[in-house]
Write a protein that binds this ligand. Structure first.
Ligand SMILES: Cc1cc2nc3c(=O)[nH]c(=O)nc-3n(C[C@H](O)[C@H](O)[C@H](O)COP(=O)(O)O)c2cc1C
Length: 240
């Protein structure tokens, strides 16, 4: 698979098969991270590979709680309703492989209202939590993404974040090229208390910042691509 095909076919996978990832393939994916660019070549990235089911379950619980917290945040819900279109949200839900009856039920409430539905009722929030938990537990490999806060070069801290994102993108593209589904979740590290729980669970030292969980596994459902802005919407010529 060439790089353009990997870039375009990479999708955030929400449903995985049980099949484990061979060590050699996992090694190739992790190795791709090392070759990312980084400010001053600081290479501020480190990773914790988790395969143990009990630990993955704990991570899944943290992710589910983070999801509930986001759904209870009215401002965040309003923001996401503005950003995520009907169609994109539908694709996300389809990608989770939730039972047809549930998706019909949700659809009957109007796709845009699904976020509202999931956030405003206890039933909706429980359903969302269950979906996220399931998605995490199914993935046979979790990679906790870490940034070493002490590894800074000439520039400000944002460049460390950007460097780690480059490393994660390398892993996602390598995984895609090797037929391994992947999904980078930021939400489990959105709030300090969840980051602390994750830190305790995985023994993360204080000088590291957790930047989400990359889940990996053989894809069960490859969702259709969510929409993308056109070039004319994002490219300015000569000036803004
Ligand atoms: C930094 C980052 C954080 C993300 N966090 C989440 C998340 O917490 N939950 C989630 O469902 N998807 C998360 N995603 C995945 C996006 O929802 C997804 O990339 C987007 O909808 C586009 O879909 P695609 O990846 O299939 O092209 C995240 C993606 C990135 C790059």
């Amino acid at each position: 698979m060439d790089v353009f095909e990997a870039i375009k076919s990479r999708r955030s996978i929400r449903k995985f098969r049980k099949k484990p990832i061979p060590e050699q393939i996992l090694g190739q994916i992790l190795d791709a991270a090392r070759w990312a660019p980084s400010e001053s070549n600081a290479q501020p990235w480190e990773f914790i590979v988790v395969k143990n089911r009990k630990i993955r379950e704990e991570i899944a619980c943290i992710a589910a709680e983070a999801c509930e917290r986001a759904l209870l945040d009215k401002k965040a819900v309003e923001r996401s309703k503005k950003i995520c279109s009907r169609e994109d949200f539908k694709r996300m839900v389809e990608g989770m492989g939730i039972p047809k009856i549930v998706s019909l039920l949700l659809e009957s409430s109007g796709i845009v209202d699904i976020v509202e539905h999931l956030s405003s009722t206890k039933f909706g929030r429980e359903l969302a939590k269950r979906m996220i938990k399931g998605a995490f537990i199914q993935a046979p490999v979790h990679i906790a993404v870490l940034m070493d806060k002490s590894k800074r070069g000439l520039c400000k801290p944002w460049t460390s974040l950007a460097s780690v994102a480059c490393a994660v993108q390398n892993m996602m593209l390598a995984a895609t090229a090797l037929g391994i589904g992947n999904h980078w979740y930021g939400s489990p590290c959105d709030h300090a208390d969840h980051r602390m729980r994750l830190g305790k669970l995985l023994g993360i030292p204080k000088n590291y910042l957790s930047l989400g969980i990359l889940v990996l596994g053989y894809p069960d459902i490859i969702p259709k691509s969510p929409s993308r802005k056109s070039l004319s919407e994002i490219v300015h010529k000569e000036e803004f």
